[in-house]
Design a protein around this ligand. Sequence first.
Ligand code: FES
Length: 379
Amino acid sequence: MQLTTQSRHPVSRVGRWAQQMLFNRSFAEYISPLVSMVDPLASVGGIKALVESLNKDGAGATTIRLRPGRQWQGFVPGQYLPFTFSVDGVRLTRYYSISSSLALFRQFGFIEVTIKRVAGGSVSSWVDSTLEAGQIVSIGQADGELVLPAQLLGAGNSAKNKALYLAAGSGVTPFLSMLKTYGTQELHQQLIYSASSQGEHIQQQILEMAATANMSLNFHDSSQSDRLAKETLLTLCPDIIERQVLICGSVEFANAMVAALAALGVPAANVQQETFYSAAKPNASEVGGELVLQGVKAGMPIEVTIESNGTSILEQAEAQGFSPASGCRMGICHECTCKKTQGVVRNLLTGKLSSADEESIQSCISIPVGQVSVELASS
Ligand code: FES
């Protein structure tokens, strides 16, 4: 384990604590620097994790191995957790699924997440370029309901212990954790992974598991053919109707898979899904409307009027230099909730249009439709 700067220079640590003590506003903030002098992974009012190592694939994907502090309560394969990074002085929170096995955490205290650099992504770019082993980051408890039902993991009628994972893009990461964890149990797992690029780091992780586990792995090259058709699903997984099916990917992918499974006769009760919003091309009819953003910049209340470019209100606000509150950026955490004072927005996850009344909206999944005014919440 690398020592942090704090533990090498106890005098400056005390000075920093004394300085913070004068200005802190809560007891947790008051005591936390003192606690972290004793144990860098201990804190009051938050959880920390040590970046143990980074594994980069050279194509923008970074697998981070972390050791969470003792306050972290563990996870169930399939769950995600929030990370808060300080990027250029701004605290930004993002959610990432755990891709490592339960055994790695129970035996050695480590978890892993894989973060793919995305164009214009402030956090993923910062992770790729700046994050180093030995740094300490803030995390939250694991959460999420895309986990295997308990009855599937128990011994018994093995003919019924079958799971099928349908993943697209980065939606494969929760299934990596399941494949690594349950590979030796009385459970057959099949993964059908739809992705457009070849030779990715994530695919390499999957291929490394293939020889050792009770599992089937199928890659579907989405750049060569359209989405997985129901005929393809049935060919790849002839006993699909007997399986518990878990889906993770974009809203469009999940909707297509749910429809295909229904057409194949898979009971809806056997299907679980988790979706995320992936930036799509702006809808031409939603570009050009007047968007009024009210928020705070450099401590000053500011109002900016722009022509909407058809992306989410959160993205457009950030492009204007605002730092509105946000978290998962996929409609889960509600951290980005703000007040729409005028106009209609479209919900990216449901496709539904809002009313024109004053109401709360989630800025990360709301696209302005026509003239819209929003009061942003400060981070
Ligand atoms: S940032 Fe989490 S719901 Fe918008």
